[in-house]
Design a protein around this ligand. Structure first.
Ligand code: NI
Length: 171
């Protein structure tokens, strides 16, 4: 396995709708293995393919951050089929190092996706799991968490990003 380079905002690939995954082959298995390694190394709980410059609809997730096998998920061609409730909580994103901001998300979501073998699966997630599924599915649609902030919070975040870019801390 290999560590992949995580691309930072505003790389165009982060704002591009990913292509559906069609081939469940060795290339995909290697990509997923590398994405898990990259996510754990970076200390994240989720990582989507566009964040490693692959414009495809998949992400890896482990909200336990413990490399517990039962908490490791690969979601390929994810589709949100149900949402309910709402929660507000702080989010970060590996493509926005040092930026944390409160984001409104649904409290619960049911996602339908394909696993590494192409089999259809569903996961019913609450709280942090729901937040992570929604954040990562957004990446597959070319949406970043900045787009989900209130206008005021987005302006604050953009100002901080500009400061970090100027001082060479955005890389
Ligand atoms: Ni993200």
């Amino acid at each position: 396995m290999a560590l992949l380079k995580i691309v930072l905002y505003p790389e165009p690939v982060l704002h591009t709708v990913g292509k559906p995954v069609e081939e469940f082959d060795d290339r995909l298995k290697k990509l997923v293995g590398d994405m898990f390694e990259t996510m754990y190394e970076a200390g994240g709980v989720g990582l989507a393919a566009p964040q490693v410059a692959v414009s495809e609809r998949l992400f890896v997730m482990d909200c336990s951050s413990s490399e517990d096998e039962s908490q490791k998920f690969v979601m390929i061609n994810p589709e949100i089929i149900h949402v309910e409730g709402s929660q507000e909580g702080e989010e970060g994103c590996l493509s926005f190092p040092g930026i944390y901001q409160k984001i409104q998300r649904n409290q619960r979501t049911i996602v339908r996706y394909q696993d590494l073998n192409g089999e259809l699966q569903e996961l019913d997630g609450m709280d942090l799991t729901a937040r992570c599924i929604l954040h990562e599915t957004d990446h597959c649609d070319g949406i970043v968490f900045l787009d989900r902030m209130t206008v005021l919070r987005r302006e604050l975040a953009k100002r901080k990003i500009k400061r970090l870019q100027k001082t060479g801390k955005w890389e």
